[in-house]
Write a protein that binds this ligand. Structure first.
Ligand SMILES: Nc1ncnc2c1ncn2[C@@H]1O[C@H](COP(=O)(O)OP(=O)(O)O)[C@@H](O)[C@H]1O
Ligand SMILES: [Mg+2]
Length: 368
């Protein structure tokens, strides 16, 4: 078991800064997800832990040990890639055993470990088959098995589910989580898919353009995104944004936009600034309601354009004052294209951002 610590780590490829001054503490036995759009530096960060990429500056540790100069084979890690890269001419058993043979692990121990890994991954009855005789999902389990038999201190996974179809992805996601619970080892998992990040991570590190944006539990990122990037990246469908202005004064102070009005949300009373200030309001599709809600509400006026029926809910694509708005509401309302909607949302769900810095405004809990 081990922690992984990035201390001001940067990686440059010529002029490209792939990872910029990354500081991140990955705790022992946690499932840390690195998430962000393509090209943001996730793979590079993972490959630096693995030792497949030299670091340009900073300090990288596994446990207390500085590993900047430690060769990959001595780092006590195992990595699973997007492509499974199994040896086609070898049986599943030999594919699982291969890395251990290379390391001269005693034969009896190899057999025990292969047997255990196969049992954990439900591969026992396929051990004598060749990779081509397995489905994509089974092959991905073999790739996981190859990592398990190594009994590493840290598992590194780079988009291991990307080649699977949607149903298998959900199944394998659960398999990997079970594996994590069972092995109780540190996992560092890279994905561009925020749903994967939210469902799998003990904590999530959100990256953009080589820079760490925010680290937190899924709920922290969802409830209190630190900036507009995280707010828009986490959550599906994405958060709606609209510009608003502080109007009125005293108890009549409001936030007003082209299609939005609301009393000042109590959690932002201390940070809202003066009348006339421009802000960006953010609100999630799932927090909009058509029916009455309790307490003071923010009101969004919009015209329904496209309605996607999802069974118990409807996904509404609407427009208000020239802006696209997405809402998820109870399908019992049977909204039709062309309907004029008055959408409401509880004030405590509203997020506010400074349009100059894109940072969220400081937040005081309503009880304070
Ligand atoms: N070997 C390399 N040579 C040059 N540029 C690279 C190399 N590897 C990655 N990059 C660049 O570094 C940035 C981060 O890449 P990467 O870590 O692969 O992103 P991600 O995994 O988040 O999609 C990208 O701009 C990419 O083009
Ligand atoms: Mg990548």
């Amino acid at each position: 078991m081990a922690t992984v610590t990035f201390e001001n780590v940067s990686k440059r490829f010529g002029d490209v800064v792939a990872v910029d001054d990354l500081s991140l503490d990955i705790r022992d036995a946690e499932f840390m997800v690195l998430v962000g759009p393509s090209g943001c530096g996730k793979t590079t960060s993972l490959r630096m832990i693995a030792g497949l990429e030299e670091i340009t500056s900073g300090v990288l540790r596994i446990g207390e040990r500085i590993i900047n100069e430690v060769p990959p084979k001595d780092r006590d890690i195992a990595m699973v890639f997007q492509s499974y890269a199994l040896y086609p001419h070898m049986s599943i058993r030999d594919n699982l055993a291969f890395g251990l043979k290379l390391r001269h692990v005693p034969k009896a121990q190899i057999e025990t470990r292969v047997k255990e890994a196969a049992a954990i991954l439900d591969l026992t009855r396929y051990l004598d088959r060749k990779p081509r005789e397995l489905s994509g999902g089974q092959r991905q389990r073999v790739a996981l098995g190859r990592a398990i038999v190594r009994e590493p201190a840290v598992f590194l996974m780079d988009e291991p589910l990307s080649n699977l179809d949607a149903k298998l992805r959900v199944e394998t996601r659960a398999n990997i989580l079970r594996l994590h619970q069972r092995l109780n080892t540190t996992f560092v998992y890279v994905t561009h898919d925020q749903i994967e990040a939210m469902t799998m991570g003990t904590r999530i590190a959100v990256m953009n353009e080589g820079r760490l944006q925010q680290v937190g539990t899924p709920q922290e990122l969802y409830d209190r995104p630190i900036n507009r990037f995280v707010a828009g990246f986490i959550g599906s469908p994405a958060m709606n944004f609209t510009s608003v202005e502080v109007t009125g004064s005293g108890d009549a102070m409001q936030l007003t936009g082209p299609n939005v009005t609301m009393p000042v949300p109590p959690q932002f009373r201390a940070s809202i600034g003066a009348t006339g200030r421009s802000l960006i309001a953010g609100y999630r599709p799932e927090h909009l309601e058509l029916g009455p809600i309790e307490g003071k509400a923010a009101i969004v006026n919009a015209k329904a354009e496209v309605v996607e029926y999802l069974g118990n809910e409807e996904l509404i694509h609407a427009s208000g004052a020239g802006r696209d708005i997405v809402a998820i509401i109870d399908s019992a309302y049977r909204v039709r294209p062309g309907d004029m909607l008055e959408l409401k949302m509880p004030l405590d769900k509203v997020q506010l951002f400074d349009p100059d810095t894109n940072f969220a405004l400081p937040f005081t809990p309503a009880t304070a």
